[in-house]
Design a protein around this ligand. Sequence first.
Ligand SMILES: [Fe+2]
Length: 241
Amino acid sequence: MKQFTAYSLVSLLISSPILAENESLNHSQVTQLFAQNNRQQEQSLQPYTARDFSYLLGMPGFTDDALDLHFKLYQGYVKNTNLLLSILQQYAKEGKERTPQFAEIKRRVGWEFDGMRLHEYYFSNLGGKGSKLNPKGSLYSRIVQDFGSYDAWKKDYMSTGVMRGIGWVVLYFDPIHGRLINTWVGEHNVGNLAGATPILIMDVWEHAYILDYGLDRMDYIRSFFDNIDWGVVEKRYPDGN
Ligand SMILES: [Fe+2]
């Protein structure tokens, strides 16, 4: 059974509907509460599972070898996210929160998690088979409003993509201010915009294109645009249909 601290036990009891109805608890009711809490925690701590993007194989402009390599890299981020989170849980159980090891692994989680999640966004917004952004849709209108034209937005997005360095290009929508921003995300976890919604994600790490395009990143970016699934992208926009 999970070890409860005095604080968590008090919190559990205070929030309990059983306690609300009965001011005192007998032994079996406490046992029942522990079991219920453990079940909920076990459910929420299920490990992340790698998604299957093999349906993208055969996509024009992307060889199967390059995609297979990319899927394996993605699966590594899922595995390491689970591993780091489980190590941190173990450290907490052992009371090692104030150690350098805890701090270093804690810092690493964002890198592995964002590496996992950004790949999921990226693969999900591919496979569009020549789809186009609907010029009458709300995302298109917002792009024109914020960038002047679709072509101006696309030029800015592609120019961001050929910046030197490894990372990602993310079209973010900031729902608080109501604005689209083409963003450079270095590695995986530096430059993400807090609270903003990722709309279109492009991987520009070298592994994403070097097998198929060598150093010609712009050719890869053109192929990326040819394969965007705009239906998926439009649904990510909060005002999308
Ligand atoms: Fe990647």
